[in-house]
Design a protein around this ligand. Structure first.
Ligand code: SF4
Length: 228
């Protein structure tokens, strides 16, 4: 059993698969407390679901919505790694699995990594999450390297030194791992039309491009589209 906040279909609005239709399995609860978090599921409790009920709901939505791309998200989905491990074989071949995670629980990632196709890993700057997770992030990315891309949320005031430290960790594992620099939405969406929107974030792009071969600056598109 796991607290599943919602299962729904929408458009992926972040990272490498932005614009793809997915079925989202959103768990409630998170082991972190980021200052920019606007996800109610991170704190609100949800009813517990069995893996079998989740599989039935996903299959039904998959038929209705015409997608077999399933994203485990949260909150932090790896708090429920055993549940995910049971859902994947329950759906069987033909489905592909995407994990959206804060990248802080490498021990839990080990339980599910063989069944996951793509890992969307956040690296958290201490400026936002109140603690340093460098060791956890390094271990996590080493385990996921061949199927991961990394996302780092920044604001104009985020310390460049912290950002550079995260970039060095990625580069130390592989300079080919794609990095998405994501402007924090509450600030980004307030930028007036016609202003040079990427101006305050350019320094992060330039610092990353010095060490990595695949860097993008991309806001959360679902917030701009008004999608869930
Ligand atoms: S890791 Fe994600 S869900 Fe958890 S507090 Fe941070 S932004 Fe919110």
């Amino acid at each position: 059993m796991a607290p599943v906040y919602e299962i729904f279909s929408s458009w992926q609005g972040e990272g490498l698969f932005a614009g793809r239709k997915q079925i989202f399995v959103r768990f409630s609860g998170c082991n972190l407390d980021c200052s920019y978090c606007d996800e109610p599921a991170s704190v609100q409790k949800a009813a517990s679901l069995t893996p079998l009920s989740a599989v039935e709901k996903i299959k039904k939505l998959s038929k209705e919505e015409g997608t077999r791309f399933v994203s485990f998200t949260g909150g932090e989905p790896l708090l429920y790694a055993d549940f995910i491990k049971a859902v994947i074989p329950g759906l069987g071949p033909g489905f592909s699995f995407f994990l959206e995670t804060n990248g802080s629980l490498p021990g839990e990632l080990k339980k599910v990594i063989s069944g996951i196709g793509v890992v969307s890993m956040d690296m958290k700057l201490p400026f936002f999450c109140g603690k340093a997770l460098w060791l956890e992030h390094r271990k996590f990315l080493k385990l996921a390297a061949d199927k991961a891309y990394v996302k780092i949320v920044v604001s104009p005031r985020a310390p460049l030194g912290e950002f550079e430290r995260a970039v060095k960790i990625i580069a130390g594992i592989s300079r080919d791992i794609p990095l998405f620099i994501q402007p924090e939405s509450s600030g980004f969406l307030k930028i007036k039309r016609g202003a040079p929107v990427f101006g305050p974030y350019k320094k992060f792009y330039e610092a990353a491009a010095l060490r990595l071969g695949d860097v993008s600056l991309l806001p959360q598109l679902h917030k701009i589209w008004g999608a869930k």
